[in-house]
Structure formats: structure tokens, C-alpha cells
Design a protein around this ligand. Structure first.
Ligand SMILES: Cc1cc2nc3c(=O)[nH]c(=O)nc-3n(C[C@H](O)[C@H](O)[C@H](O)COP(=O)(O)O)c2cc1C
Length: 191
């Protein structure tokens, strides 16, 4: 098997807390995002964009998460808020992937645009792996919260497809059991 195929087959996520410095620098991140924007994209709508959050801005993101959680759940415990505030600090770099969907497009329904954005995230993960970095795609309630979108200058009509946490992977790579191909493949023979 060639090297690239092996890299693709071996890709796996890391817990965000296991991703450390150095994160991809701006040049390396551009390379990773160049992979993302090869995502299949019906009618070239380019329905995705990428917001990078690194360094101290992660503390600001933590405050956004906490404020949004208080509004979602006024009775939330301080313990839960503390946990939430630590989330963005787990990895040195977070990229928010945003999908802007064109409603009632004559050829590319919204679901296809969303699929394109999902493909973009996965291509980022593959690009990051090939560049020697680790990542994990996370969402959670914050991804669907208009107060979070507002704080990040994202229109409430747009979707946060994911928070991609990025950094250098640990030395001990968890081996993920993948299903056998045969469990997911059938052949239709037309008879
Ligand atoms: C759209 C999407 C959202 C996800 N959100 C979360 C999440 O919020 N929390 C989580 O633990 N895993 C989440 N995952 C799963 C992880 O990104 C990851 O795929 C999973 O841990 C399996 O690891 P693997 O990528 O090595 O197979 C999400 C995956 C997708 C596709």
C-alpha cells in the first residue's frame, strides 16, 4: 500500500486535551484549509468559511461559551460553568467551520451544501493528519446557539458545522478499531 493510502486509512481523532503545542502555524493552516476547499461543491457555491481562534482568543471563546450556557440554562451550576470554560483551552488552535447555505437554490439543495461543508471539515482532518497534526471535530450545544454565533460574528441563519480542535498529537497514538469493510458494503447486481 502506498504511503498516502496508509495515512488516510490510519486517520483518527484525538481527545482535545491531548493536542498540544505547536499547533499548525498560519502557513501550515493555510495548507490544511487548501485541502478543505477542494470539498465537492455542487454549483460552486463555496458554502463554507473558516474562523481561526488561537492563543488568548481561546479565553474569550471560553467566556462566550459560559455566557451562552448561562442564558440557555439560568440554573446551571458553577461546576458545569467551570468545565465549559476549560473546553476551548484544551488545544492550542480551534477552527470554527461555518456553512452559509443558499436557500431554494434551483440545483443544489441545502442538504448538499451542508454535506459539502462536512466534507470540508473531513478534508481538513485528513490534511492535518498528512501534515503531522492531530484534530478532533466537536459540536455540542454551543454549535447550535445563536448567542455563540452572534459573539463570533456569524449570522444566525448560518450553521456552525463544527469546532475543529487542532494541535500536535501525543506520541502514543490510540488505535481505533474500524469496522470490517464487509459490514458496510453490499453489491446490487440488478437481479
Ligand atoms: C458533526 C460531528 C460532530 C461531532 N461532535 C462531537 C462532539 O461534540 N463530541 C464528541 O466527543 N465527538 C463528536 N464527534 C465525533 C468525533 O469528531 C470523532 O469522530 C469520534 O470521536 C470518533 O473518532 P475517529 O474520528 O477517530 O473515528 C462529532 C463528529 C461529527 C461528524
Amino acid at each position: 500500500m502506498n504511503n498516502l493510502l496508509q495515512i488516510l486509512q490510519d486517520r483518527h481523532s484525538f481527545p482535545a486535551s491531548r493536542l498540544s503545542n505547536p499547533a499548525p502555524n498560519d502557513e501550515q493552516l493555510d495548507d490544511i484549509i487548501r485541502c478543505a476547499i477542494t470539498a465537492p461543491d455542487h454549483c460552486q457555491l463555496r458554502p463554507w468559511r473558516f474562523i481561526k481562534i488561537r492563543g488568548d482568543a481561546r479565553h474569550a471563546l471560553a467566556r462566550v461559551f459560559v455566557d451562552a450556557a448561562r442564558l440557555r440554562e439560568p440554573q446551571i451550576s458553577e461546576q458545569k460553568l467551570q468545565k465549559l470554560s476549560e473546553k476551548p483551552l484544551r488545544s492550542p488552535l480551534i477552527v470554527v467551520i461555518v456553512a452559509t447555505l443558499t436557500v431554494d437554490h434551483p440545483k443544489a439543495p441545502e442538504v448538499e451544501q451542508l454535506l459539502s461543508a462536512g466534507a470540508a471539515v473531513q478534508l481538513m482532518q485528513l490534511g492535518a493528519t498528512a501534515a503531522g497534526f492531530g484534530s478532533i471535530w466537536l459540536t455540542g450545544e454551543n454549535a447550535y446557539d445563536n448567542n455563540v454565533k452572534n459573539a463570533l460574528d456569524i449570522d444566525s441563519k448560518d450553521r456552525i458545522v463544527g469546532f475543529l480542535y487542532l494541535g500536535s498529537p501525543p506520541d502514543d497514538k490510540p488505535s481505533r478499531r474500524r469496522p470490517a469493510v464487509s459490514e458496510h458494503v453490499s453489491e446490487w447486481r440488478g437481479d
